[in-house]
Ligand binder design. Structure first.
Ligand code: HEM
Ligand code: HEM
Length: 464
């Protein structure tokens, strides 16, 4: 029984985190689709509180960020760290315990939010007790990573390990501070100061929680799939440090229309533009060396998804500095433009890399993919779905922004938006079908009898 629940077999915890991620992806996408349906045809929803937009929306977002993205990254890092450190994961049984524990924490997210138990701060909606549950999980993962690093047989710390270890430390502190865990009754501070703190947290969720783990996986997978070293290891570390320096100062770009001190706004805008530096340090490093080897990326569905994730990252990070400019935000702020950005960022970049990593790492964990054909079908469905979602919301956002700026009232613009919301809904259906194919493929891969070799823990390390 103990061996079934908490096996000591190398790679077992990674695989279970991947099953977890695929499950919560489908759940989270479904909540997103329900939210989109509410916006097209609210009468279709049962008149029950859990189906109200105010409950569906935070459930959708938090399930996807914590349930899908973080679970996939946890599974990925439990494979990548031992692999590049040329050692075993320090405590495989503890990692398996973490999988079960993490799923209990994840279950409490929809349970709390659908019941309306929320702290009402974006990305920090979960009640205090759930926050503590998440912090404990992150601490356990950090413990596993650092104890594995301590036992390493490879002297050089490959850049992925920097991002993973740094990302876990940031996740812990950013999450604790952003959720104001020392004030359980409200999980908030007071007034405008709370908003500044909240958006320090909000943008660090994307910049210091999601981004480092996604980059770490891309840094591992792209050179490995193409069998080419990075352009420069030094440049990769420069990008790492630049990311911390610049991301920590950008949160206030969410508050450019709010009564925040002007100097803070200026700092946030300057740093938002400067973020181009770490972004290009990363993209140069993974893109330049592979320019003649696209065939290898194209042939491997996992690598293809990861590479596509880097292209979405490029688009996101051109758009980001652009809409950090006050003159642009006068039009785009509070509109669906931002929601479009959020989706190419978290799903296009963070999600494609997460799904690609799962497909790429499963064979290295000793399990051949059940169906590459289904995986390719899912890739195209999701690419088309996300592009439709992005374009429809971008157009809707521009219509809203232009209208509002010209004094039009919110409700009179709604009929104009209907067709774009319909396209978003249809795109959402494609994405939910893609999510269904994904869970089927991943679970079939893992529930089948073992195939292929065990985890390739000590094979070649992908360094320059
Ligand atoms: C150069 C990099 C980036 C810059 C300068 C940037 C800038 C911005 C700005 C200014 C906003 C707020 C827009 C507004 O409210 O009017 C925003 C929103 C957002 N960004 Fe980015 N972004 C960048 C990259 C990313 C990345 C990599 C991710 C995800 C991994 C991301 C995820 C988000 C999300 C989820 C929101 C929506 C927040 C909300 O709920 O309002 N961004 N971004
Ligand atoms: C892994 C995939 C996805 C992730 C990570 C994700 C994440 C997010 C985030 C962060 C927001 C808040 C954006 C903001 O306030 O600026 C959001 C809102 C939303 N998402 Fe998603 N989403 C995903 C997929 C989907 C899908 C497939 C649909 C279905 C069409 C969808 C529908 C919605 C809706 C309706 C909202 C609310 C928009 C609003 O408040 O106006 N999402 N999602």
């Amino acid at each position: 029984m103990i061996d079934f629940l908490f096996p000591d077999e190398p790679g077992s915890a990674s695989r279970r985190f991947f099953m977890t991620a695929s499950f919560w992806l489908l759940v989270g996408l479904t909540f997103g689709l329900l939210g989109a349906i509410v916006m097209i045809a609210p009468d279709l929803m049962p008149a029950l509180a859990p189906f109200s937009f105010g409950r569906l929306r935070p459930t959708h977002i938090n399930v996807l960020i914590f349930g899908f993205l973080l679970s996939a990254y946890f599974g990925g890092l439990l494979y990548v760290v031992p692999a590049v450190c040329r050692t075993r994961l320090s405590y495989e049984r503890l990692a398996n315990f973490a999988v079960w524990y993490w799923n209990v924490v994840l279950l409490s997210i929809p349970a709390a939010l659908l019941h309306g138990w929320t702290q009402g701060r974006e990305y920090a909606e979960m009640p205090w007790i759930v926050d503590i549950g998440i912090l404990v999980a992150v601490a356990v993962l950090a413990f596993l990573v650092f104890t594995t690093i301590a036992r390493r047989k490879e002297n050089l710390l490959y850049v992925s390990v920097w991002y993973i270890a740094g990302g876990l430390i940031w996740t812990f502190f950013v999450f604790a501070v952003g959720n104001v865990v020392w004030n359980p009754p409200t999980g908030s501070w007071f007034g405008m100061n709370d908003q500044i703190l909240m958006w320090f947290y909000g943008h660090n969720v994307v910049g210091l929680v999601v981004t480092p783990q996604a980059i770490a996986l891309a840094y591992f997978i792209i050179p490995r799939a193409t069998r080419t070293p990075l352009y420069s290891h030094a440049l990769s570390l420069f990008g790492f440090w630049a990311l911390i320096v610049m991301y920590t100062h950008t949160g206030t770009h969410h508050l450019l229309q709010a009564p925040v001190p002007q100097w803070l706004k200026v700092i946030s805008i300057v740093n938002s533009i400067a973020l181009i530096i770490p972004v290009f340090a990363f993209l140069t490093n993974v893109w330049l060396p592979i320019k003649d080897r696209f065939g290898r990326i194209y042939d491997d569905v996992g690598a293809k998804m990861v590479f596509t994730g880097t292209v979405w990252y490029f688009i996101t990070c051109l758009q980001g500095p652009f809409h950090s400019l006050p003159s642009v935000q006068r039009v785009t702020h509070f509109t669906q433009w931002v929601v479009a950005h959020a989706h190419i960022a978290l799903f296009g970049f963070g999600g494609f890399i997460a799904m690609g990593a799962i497909y790429f790492l499963l064979p290295l964990l000793g399990r051949e993919i059940y169906s590459k054909r289904l995986a390719n079908m899912q890739y195209w469905l999701m690419l088309v779905g996300l592009t439709g979602l992005f374009l429809s919301l971008t157009f809707a956002g521009l219509i809203q922004g232009e209208g509002w700026l010209n004094g039009e009232v919110v409700y009179r613009l709604l009929p104009e938006l209907q067709r774009y919301f319909l396209v978003r809904g249809i795109s959402g259906v494609l994405l939910v079908i893609g999510g269904g194919l994904f869970i089927f493929n991943v679970w079939m891969t893992l529930l089948r009898k073992k195939s292929g070799a065990g985890p390739a823990l000590t094979k070649e390390v992908v360094t320059a």
